[in-house]
Design a binder for this molecule. Structure first.
Ligand SMILES: [Mg+2]
Length: 263
């Protein structure tokens, strides 16, 4: 059930995107509903819903500062392997992640992949700052959420410490190792997440993520999905995703579209 985007709303979006570009913000300090949809009321689903939160650029947003550091770290590592930035990007394009490409090409073996994961994630995270509002939101959820990430568990734990979230408020972390280094948007990763969380029915799963690929994959799997962030990393252009059930600027706005997740 999609609301048409009227002229007034278009104007609001344009104003917000302009402000976002000016201030360099991924999520703006107020909600703009872009093609926002209301889900049908489903009491059974509300009781059984399991929330999966992406980590980077979703649980926190810092204008992709940490993402840039991660990208640089990957480029530095692949350069040490004799793979240029362009070649690493080509591997990413072909295989979904640079690591999968390095494994497929025989540049890294399983042990090498582990060293790679530890090395590339050893970045400075000082740009992630405490988020008391998020800590309160997560602490009041009816059910503890899972973190579902394409990175590593220890990277998520470092981010959580920076945000000052209590790990006791989280059900657990599904990371790339658990997904056998498969891309997050691969169906097998969603199956691992459901298995780990003990969910049998995909319609009981809800993913919040900033990645269009992941949102689309979640919908193909039968999950519910909330896209987080209004602007794209590359050029700050507005992001739209027809498949998403909701689109919010930051994870702080989740209670506005999914109030049933809280008591
Ligand atoms: Mg992300």
């Amino acid at each position: 059930m999609r609301h048409r985007v009227g002229a007034l709303q278009c104007l609001r979006i344009l104003m917000c995107v302009g402000a976002g570009r000016y201030f360099g913000l991924q999520g703006l300090p107020f909600a703009i509903p872009i093609a926002q949809k209301r889900l049908p009321k489903d009491t059974a689903w509300e009781d059984d819903v399991v929330l999966f939160l992406d980590c980077d650029d979703c649980l926190y947003q810092n204008n992709w500062t940490t993402a840039e550091k991660l990208t640089d770290s990957i480029a530095a590592y692949t350069a040490r392997l004799g793979v240029s930035k362009e070649e690493a990007f080509a591997l990413y394009e072909e295989h979904g992640t640079a690591l999968k490409g390095l494994l497929a090409e025989g540049i890294l073996d399983e042990n090498g992949a582990e060293v790679y994961l530890q090395d590339v994630h050893a970045i400075d995270l000082s740009d992630i700052t405490p988020d008391p509002q998020l800590a309160r939101l997560v602490g009041r959820l009816r059910k503890r959420p899972w973190i579902f990430t394409a990175s590593t568990e220890e990277h998520v734990r470092r981010c959580i410490r920076r945000l000052k979230l209590s790990s006791k408020d989280l059900a657990g972390i599904i990371d790339t190792r658990l997904c056998r280094l498969e891309t997050k948007h691969h169906p097998s990763s969603f199956n691992v997440a459901m298995q780990r969380a003990g969910v049998a029915r995909p319609e009981h799963c809800l993913l919040c993520d900033d990645s269009l690929k992941n949102i689309r994959a979640a919908k193909r799997m039968g999950w519910r999905a909330v896209l987080v962030g209004y602007l794209s990393r590359g050029d700050g252009s507005p992001v739209q995703c027809e498949e998403a059930d909701f689109h919010i600027g930051s994870i702080h706005e989740l209670p506005e579209v999914m109030p049933e997740l809280w008591n």
